[in-house]
Design a protein around this ligand. Structure first.
Ligand SMILES: [Zn+2]
Length: 489
């Protein structure tokens, strides 16, 4: 009997090993192999000076929307009109909430294709702690093959590259075979509520429906993914949701010489500690599965074997991914205590302590589930859990199609410009303004062709933001090629 059982176990193991090897064998590369496109003849010198000038405008999004510097934003509009005369002559322009711009490039009438939308934002985050900057963040300085300043990466390079590409195409007499919209938000760094939220709402009322929206959110990363020996162009097919919670803990105030055993600060600390300790369950979402199905076949044999058997090995893959904050953010709803406030004097017990906690919600979780989770973990009648009203909240986005013609065109265009990169769909862990278009677009993709390593990534919203001139010039070529490729699709 025991012998029979042993044979049975051996047989099962052999079958499993066979299945796993079969999975690995059938794991085929999804990379499109296509020749490099010939470059369009743009005026590089002008293009560089246009981005440099764009950076000089301090189009800063402050936390308080009412603090907007109207003159700067309107001067920036003037700069765009002056710099791109063909665009502002041929395309129709609409302004939303005084500062956001929507351009519409009308395609040839005979085409019945849905329009597409290209997005970029004109606002930037403030440049704080100027002493840490090597160059003035609003100088737009062109030095040593770089263009310096706030917005050089996020997101004026993309904005200016899109406009450069269209101005160039117009100068050649090009007319797209479908309508192309360009939205230039003014408050992306501050929720996008007055900009793209309003534009999307208006277009929805007007019955506009896009085949594709392309926004920022993901880039070409270099030397970031372990075991991948080429840069990876990740095209965001989904983004996480956003939620900010405020915890308020109350207790009796009084003199610090006679404290009770449960003070407001003590209880709040315990609650935060527990929330960090007992997080929501990590999981492999469809966006990550797609990412692995594109990257997996390009890895070495050992990793190929693991990734091709993702379903069988999911728990060990997840255990590996949660070890690092970057990869952990792809498999779980993250919790980040960001603000804490209590007490006014060293010898007085405060009656109240407050903490603000920011959550980035993974697909499969939602705002309701998180609130339930927090209540279960905190479980203290003296602690109130409330959604922070001053913040914008969103559930995770839906998943865009990786087999759509639009995704194919983006993939193809990336390969035509950057031959030796791997293209992969993936999850964007931040939020973008593209979320407002979810109900009026077949698919939403988040990708800007910036090539950055992890050190350079920290310049986004950080110090010494700058873009290499060659990266920027390639961006212009990318958008030209993208528009051309949509035209022939
Ligand atoms: Zn941005």
């Amino acid at each position: 009997m025991i012998k029979k059982f042993t044979y049975f176990i051996i047989l099962c193991l052999l079958l499993l090993a066979g299945l796993m090897l079969w999975n690995m064998k059938s794991f085929k590369s999804k990379q499109i192999d296509i020749p490099i496109a010939t470059s369009s003849n743009i005026n590089n010198k002008d293009a560089i000076s246009h981005l440099s000038e764009a950076i000089k405008y301090k189009t800063i999004s402050n936390y308080d929307n009412n603090q907007i510097d109207a003159i700067t934003f309107l001067s920036f509009h003037k700069f765009l009109r002056r710099t791109y005369p063909l665009i502002f002559k041929e395309l129709s322009e609409r302004i939303f909430s005084s500062y956001s711009v929507l351009l519409k490039w009308e395609g040839s009438k005979e085409s019945s294709k849905n329009p597409i939308l290209l997005m970029a934002h004109m606002d930037v985050v403030p440049a704080l702690e100027i002493e840490n900057w090597i160059e003035d963040p609003f100088s737009g300085l062109v030095k040593n093959d770089f263009i310096w300043g706030r917005g050089a990466l996020d997101d004026k390079s993309s904005l200016i590259a899109i406009l450069e590409s269209i101005e160039y195409l117009l100068s050649t007499g090009f007319k797209p075979n479908r309508d192309i919209y360009i939205s230039i938000g003014h408050d992306e760094e501050n929720s996008g509520l007055n900009g793209n939220a309003v534009i999307a709402e208006t277009l929805k009322r007007e019955g506009v429906y896009f085949d594709m929206v392309l926004d920022e959110g993901s880039i070409i990363t270099n030397n970031i993914l372990k075991g991948v020996n080429r840069p990876v162009a990740m095209v965001g097919i989904a983004e996480k949701g956003y939620l900010t919670i405020e915890l308020t803990s109350s207790s009796n105030s009084g003199h610090s010489s006679m404290p009770s055993n449960s003070t407001a600060i003590g209880k709040l600390s315990k609650a935060i500690n527990n929330l960090e300790k007992f997080q929501m369950k990590p999981k492999i979402t469809p966006a990550l599965e797609h990412f692995f199905s594109y990257i997996g076949p390009e890895l070495d044999q050992k990793n190929q074997f693991i990734i091709s058997n993702m379903t069988l090995l999911s728990s060990s893959i997840i255990n590996e991914l949660v070890k690092d904050p970057v990869t952990a953010s792809m498999v779980r709803t993250t919790i980040a205590p960001t603000m804490i406030n209590a007490g006014v004097k060293p010898n007085i017990l405060p009656s109240e302590a407050k903490a603000v906690i920011n959550f980035r919600i993974l697909q499969g979780d939602n705002i309701k589930k998180i609130k339930e989770h927090i209540n279960k973990i905190v479980n203290d009648k003296d602690i109130e859990v409330e959604i922070l009203a001053s913040e914008e909240h969103s559930n995770p986005s839906r998943l865009s199609n990786v087999n759509s013609p639009s995704f194919n065109i983006i993939h193809k265009t990336i390969k035509e410009l950057y031959h030796d990169v791997f293209v992969a769909p993936g999850l964007v862990v931040a939020t973008t303004d593209s979320r407002y278009y979810e109900s009026i677009s077949k698919d939403i993709y988040r990708f800007v062709p910036l090539i950055l390593n992890s050190e350079e990534l920290s310049m986004i919203h950080g110090y010494n933001e700058k873009i290499s001139i060659s990266t920027y010039l390639d961006m212009i070529q990318f958008y030209i090629q993208l528009i051309k490729n949509f035209h022939v699709s």
